[in-house]
Design a protein around this ligand. Structure first.
Ligand SMILES: [Zn+2]
Length: 244
């Protein structure tokens, strides 16, 4: 059989040079519709599977992805892009941070103005900053877990999945902040505790850590990365706020 795409000879259901299917016929409206439906369903299945695995056994799932299970899992950059887009939309629409801040208002004039501006900025750019600082997280987890044998790019994958899953948790969290009668700082504190706990859990599972020393390394990697993220945040706010 000769491939209709690259004209090289092949056998089987797909061309092994370029991936073109053996069976193609003229495009019909019916085919376009079934193709569209099928691709959406397929994407959702991969997405839901990845979301489930990253909730139940994140460290193991990322190990399997890196070991070669590339078709089963939604690729990290696509996963992040999709969840990041939804989060950006929701935070800019519902102003989760500045709304929460308006209920705090017990600071004097200057601090008040600064904090209000900062929270408004966080509303707009929090997701972006989370995404931009993934390489910082990857750097510290790479440096502190060098012995686990993964390279920097593989740590980028690890931290991309973690950030995506934290953003997904944030999306799920939003309805609670509306529905629950708890004070805002409690809700926010609980959310931060859960995301930090998640990050730590994934690091430990991913690196197969069992000792107190590796627990300490994971905490150090997170501490340094969050410090870096905070500094970047301030820098962005200070310089970016003028232009953005
Ligand atoms: Zn071909």
């Amino acid at each position: 059989m000769v491939c209709k795409n690259c004209t090289r000879p092949f056998e089987g259901l797909y061309c092994y040079h370029c991936g073109q299917p053996a069976a193609t016929h003229r495009i019909t409206t019916r085919e376009i519709l079934t193709d569209a439906i099928f691709s959406v369903v397929k994407v959702n299945r991969g997405f839901l599977f990845t979301a489930k695995e990253l909730s139940l056994r994140p460290g193991k799932a990322i190990q399997l992805y890196l070991a070669g299970q590339r078709v089963t899992y939604y690729a990290p950059h696509k996963y992040l892009f999709f969840i990041g887009a939804v989060t950006s939309f929701l935070t800019s629409r519902y102003h989760s941070f500045s709304d929460e801040y308006t209920s705090v208002g017990s600071f004097d004039g200057g601090t008040h103005t600064f904090l209000r501006a900062f929270f408004q900025y966080a509303d707009t750019y929090a997701t972006l900053i989370n995404i931009v600082t993934i390489p910082v997280f990857a750097l510290f987890s790479f440096l502190l877990f060098r012995r686990s044998g993964y390279n920097y790019a593989e740590h980028l994958v690890l931290n991309t999945y973690i950030t995506s899953q934290q953003l997904l948790l944030f999306i799920g969290w939003l309805p609670f902040t509306r529905a629950m009668p708890l004070p805002v700082d409690w809700l926010l504190g609980l959310y931060v505790a859960i995301t930090l706990g998640y990050n730590l859990w994934v690091y430990l599972q991913f690196c197969g850590a069992r000792t107190a020393a590796s627990l300490l390394r994971a905490v150090a990697a997170m501490g340094l990365a969050y410090l870096g993220q905070f500094l970047l945040n301030l820098l962005f706010f200070h310089f970016g706020g003028v232009y953005l």
